[in-house]
Design a protein around this ligand. Sequence first.
Ligand code: NAP
Ligand code: GCO
Length: 264
Amino acid sequence: MNNQFSLQGKTAWVTGASYGIGFAIAKALAGAGANIVFNDIGQTQVDKGLAAYKEDGVLSRGYVCDVTDENAVKETVAKIERDVGVVDILVNNAGIIKRIPMTEMSVEDFRKVVDVDLNAPFIVSKAVIPGMIKKGGGKIINICSMMSELGRETVSAYAAAKGGLKMLTRNIASEYGAYNIQCNGIGPGYIETPQTAPLRERQSDGSRHPFDQFIIAKTPAARWGTTDDLKGPAVFLASSASDFVNGHILYVDGGILAYIGKQP
Ligand code: NAP
Ligand code: GCO
């Protein structure tokens, strides 16, 4: 059967994918047939990731690589090409957030967030695009955010970076679409991962965190997303089913961006 969603024989690199959203996306791509590689900052995280993939029956290769370090990224691309093959699918997932009011935020902290969330997708994409061009095409998926569209208190650096990532996505699509490279974004809504754990912490009286209640009221689906919610969209954007989709941000947010929010 000609399965447009098959990733059989493809090499997929998901950055920062020892756990969380990247881990779930990598498993989904593996389920569609791709050979999975991932990276993380330290050997400890990579080892944890390797064990977690193994436990779930997924073959993977893990590399120690800080995505903000251009030399390390170039070396990792060379290793992936040697060990597995040219990267056909890149998911720029690695990301950080610092929740600090803007007037209290140091410029070092602001730069750090922009470095991981915006500069790194530039560095990693730049490193894999030549291989994709030689091979005749490729897929790049940038993990954007609600903050690619919306602002809120304390996340100025994150919103600036994720807004920039949306435009980097459109620009890669514009610049390399003629080489059969599709670059799209996934904009997750509020997803249950360690990154958002502080926003869901139970209060001392056992009640839900006010931000948790706020998100439920702001989401038509009336729940937080799970990493599983991102699997189908990732396979779609990684596969030939999306070959004429380019420069698009697919928001997977349970309807947040469509909704004014539930009246209190
Ligand atoms: P997470 O649980 O914090 O995982 C992020 C991953 O990125 C971790 O494995 C982290 O590794 C890795 N990482 C951070 N800096 C790195 C670097 N310089 N080099 C290599 N790896 C690095 O986050 P998540 O919630 O799964 O989020 C994944 C992506 O989705 C991020 O880009 C995030 O902004 C985005 N996103 C998340 C949500 C949400 O609700 N959770 C919503 C929208 C978008 P360490 O643990 O070793 O630091
Ligand atoms: C926050 C959150 C968000 C989400 C996500 C939304 O503090 O508002 O951490 O920014 O993680 O990116 O899509």
